[in-house]
Design a protein around this ligand. Structure first.
Ligand code: C2E
Ligand code: MG
Ligand code: MG
Ligand code: MG
Length: 277
């Protein structure tokens, strides 16, 4: 039905395997949510500011290990969590987890900030903002310790509840980062309207800019514009020193990428990026 009317679609073995896989993962996700979020973990990827010695903060990234299929990519399970509404409890679990850890890290790195991804489905539930503020209180975090990441495409389709979410976020004074910038939906109106603190350049854009002069020129212009609007830039997806050499000329305030550090579990994160720094 999704393909449109008046069509014939051959239901083959491949389709069927995908269908079965999705059905099993859905079932496992449901059970995991009921059983105290077993199988869910939070990974953390460092975000660096100019000095590059200690991380400025981290992005919390959800992981799910299926009994049957092993670790599954968020690209596969987040849409299922969204379709089933399970993203609400799972997202709440994630917030609690990430904010608790943020508070631990702040005992050593006092200015540390945690970025949390909120999807459209979460943003359109009116009580998500209460969840965020409740979890921040519980973890004893000040406003500046948390950054909420929303994707560009989600912002374009704002409905009443999401508008409410954004207004409330602003009213409470929680920072907003615009995620996935440059993935095809770029619209400048909401930039001046929402005034996000940070614009995160998607790694597909970064990769293109590194490989192609015209794309680099485009990104350069984008960055100038973002800076002129008094917003900060975080460049995602830096994978090598060579890439960094080129990208650093754009003067991004923040960078995130495999070159600086891959997402990892909390213990590893502390060992690599927090202790003895
Ligand atoms: P995102 O928010 O744009 O997160 C950045 C993604 O880029 C992460 O993938 C990260 O591992 C990957 N990445 C970072 N640096 C590099 C690099 O140098 N090279 C490459 N190849 N990749 C890099 P991940 O963890 O697979 O997450 C994918 C997406 O899933 C996220 O994109 C986010 O939209 C969503 N997601 C993850 N965790 C959550 C969550 O807790 N809640 C919600 N709502 N969405 C989440
Ligand atoms: Mg993100
Ligand atoms: Mg991103
Ligand atoms: Mg992304």
């Amino acid at each position: 039905k999704k393909l449109g009317r008046n069509r014939c679609y051959i239901f083959n073995g491949e389709t069927y395997r995908k269908f079965l896989r999705k059905r099993e993962i859905t079932q496992e996700l449901r059970e995991a949510v009921i059983n105290g979020f077993q199988g869910f973990t939070a990974f953390y990827q460092p975000v660096f500011a100019e000095d590059k010695k200690v991380p400025y903060g981290a992005e919390a990234l959800m992981r799910f290990t299926s009994e049957k299929f092993g670790m599954i990519s968020p690209a596969e399970f987040i849409p299922i969590l969204e379709e089933t509404g399970l993203i609400i409890p799972a997202g709440r679990w994630m917030m609690k987890e990430a904010m608790g850890k943020c508070s631990e890290i702040r005992k050593i790195l006092s200015g540390f900030r945690m970025s949390i991804n909120i999807s459209q489905v979460q943003a359109s539930k009116s009580d998500v903002i209460q969840d965020i503020s409740a979890e921040m209180k519980r973890a004893g975090l000040p406003l500046e310790a948390v950054i909420v990441e929303l994707t560009e495409s989600d912002l374009l389709e704002q409905n009443i509840n999401e508008k409410h979410f954004l207004t409330e976020l602003k009213r409470m004074g929680i920072s907003l980062a615009l995620d996935d910038f440059g993935t095809g939906y770029s619209n400048f109106h909401y930039l001046s309207e929402l005034k996000p603190e940070i614009i995160k350049i998607d790694r597909s854009f970064t990769a293109k800019a590194v490989a192609d002069e015209q794309e680099y020129y485009l990104l350069n212009q984008f960055c100038t514009m973002i800076h002129n609007l008094d917003m900060k830039i975080c460049i995602e997806g830096i994978e090598s020193a060579q890439e960094w050499l080129k990208i650093r000329k754009l003067c991004p305030e923040f960078t995130q990428g495999y070159f600086w550090g891959k997402p990892c579990g909390y213990e590893e994160f502390v060992r690599k990026f927090v202790q003895e720094k």
